[in-house]
Design a protein around this ligand. Structure first.
Ligand code: NAD
Ligand code: DAU
Length: 378
């Protein structure tokens, strides 16, 4: 059994908590350190079920704190870093780009530099080490939507082929697609991706970058489309649809992303990029209708009862028209496939939010929100 000491940054957030849970349960021989600043998006309640496991430890730290992270690397003899910590919400980046540059760019750079200094100080240097950076498909910019009605897709996966699955354009994001970010969020993620690759090319650090499409599932902070809308439907509040609801996103169940991260961390090739996505494109308005129908059915309400909550509002500035990932490389080279059909994933997700109203009430409570607003205004 190989023993490893792994830091997962952003482990108290949405995707990070699923990655921490997977690693802690699957690899009892590893030491898993969840490093998180606990911003408004980080919530230790997301990890209640693993917090007492002997191979799990939580460390509250800001990734921008180079000194503290360097010390942690030495003390814990870290040989693997899976980096998810970030400011992740596009709308917040439009209002407050500085925080995004600070965390996503400078924070990533602090981790890289601390890892470099520590690993280069060891006799074996970079042997057996890994810096795995989790990025987004948004760095590629926006794809053209030249089939607004949708066409049969050129690819399917076990997960996408069963249910709704259309492509809304001829092109996809490939690992070779040129970066063209539009929002301050995606610009900051693109910059951090470049730094990670630069640490491989300049210093020989064993890095990997993955770019994933939109995730959905349990524990997502309700500022993002799906959990926000589930909660609003439950409470019969308006559903603010940006523009005409025609923008297309490619949706992946979060546990499938976590499985891909596990596979790539262990078997991915150094210096490579892998795109992760489910070939599962949806127009926002269509996904919203599925969410309304699912919530209404599970709550025993009449069909279509809550459709009139749909409220068209001013569009997001610079709103990217379409994202669609081609994940053929990951499927062919490492044998990954999404496991869930979208309808199944949405049903599971809606059920989780309805069954975990306590979690939702906590993160949407005035006290929780005020605490973080206070932190932000400092
Ligand atoms: P999230 O906002 O739910 O969680 C982010 C986590 O990072 C939180 O726990 C937060 O406390 C922590 N964090 C923020 N700033 C920090 C700092 N300075 N120091 C330490 N911790 C800090 O985000 P998410 O949706 O889980 O996304 C995780 C990663 O995956 C991000 O890097 C994001 O860019 C990427 N990603 C997200 C999606 C998606 O659909 N959500 C898709 C592709 C890629
Ligand atoms: O593509 C991956 C990205 O997906 C990640 O890198 C980001 O971290 C993650 O937040 C997500 O970005 P999006 O901007 O696509 O996600 P969001 O849930 O904010 O919005 C999804 C779509 O729904 C988008 O087209 C905007 C629209 N929307 C969103 C909200 C919150 C609305 O119409 N109304 C809303 O209230």
């Amino acid at each position: 059994m190989v023993k490893r000491n792994i830091v997962i940054t952003g482990g108290a957030g949405f995707i990070g908590s699923h990655v921490v849970r997977l690693f802690v349960n699957k690899y009892p021989e590893y030491n898993i350190i969840n490093l998180d600043k606990l911003t408004y998006a980080g919530n230790l309640a997301n990890l209640k079920d693993v917090e007492d496991k002997p191979n799990y430890k939580f460390v509250r730290m800001d990734i921008c704190d180079f000194e503290a992270f360097y010390k942690l690397m030495q003390e814990e003899r870290i040989d693997g870093i899976i980096h998810l910590a970030a400011e992740s919400h596009v709308d917040r980046s439009i209002k407050d780009p500085f925080t995004f540059a600070q965390t996503n760019v400078m924070g990533t750079l602090a981790l890289l530099q601390a890892a470099k200094l520590y690993w280069e100080s060891l006799p074996e240097k970079y042997e057996g080490k890994r810096f795995y950076h989790i990025s987004t498909d948004e760095v590629y910019g926006a794809l053209v939507m030249n089939h607004p009605g949708g066409i049969e897709p050129p690819f399917t996966t076990a997960a996408s082929s069963g249910g709704h699955h259309l492509a809304y354009g001829d092109d996809f994001f490939y690992e070779t697609t040129k970066y063209n970010p539009h929002s301050p969020y995606s610009a900051s993620k693109a910059s951090s991706d470049h730094f990670v690759r630069a640490y491989h090319d300049t210093y020989g650090m064993p890095t990997i970058v993955t770019n994933c499409s939109n995730n959905y599932g349990p524990y997502q902070f309700p500022e993002k489309l799906i959990p926000l809308f589930i909660n609003n439907i439950r409470h019969r509040k308006p559903l603010p649809v940006y523009g005409r609801g025609e923008n297309v996103r490619d949706w992946l169940f979060v546990e499938d992303h976590a499985r891909a991260i596990d596979l790539i961390f262990h078997n991915g090739k150094i210096a490579e990029t892998y795109n992760i996505g489910g070939f599962n494109e949806w127009k926002n308005i269509d996904i919203i209708k599925v969410v309304i129908n699912t919530v209404d059915r599970l709550l025993g309400r009449k069909e279509d009862e809550d459709m009139d909550l749909i409220t068209y509002v001013t569009d997001r500035l610079g709103h990217d028209a379409r994202y669609a990932i081609d994940s053929t490389k990951l499927q062919k080279e490492l044998g990954w496939e999404p496991s869930l059909q979208f309808e199944e994933g949405i049903e599971k997700t809606v059920r989780w939010y309805l069954d975990n109203q306590g979690w939702m009430d906590q993160v949407t409570s005035g006290e929780y929100q005020r605490y973080y607003e206070g932190m932000y205004s400092k």
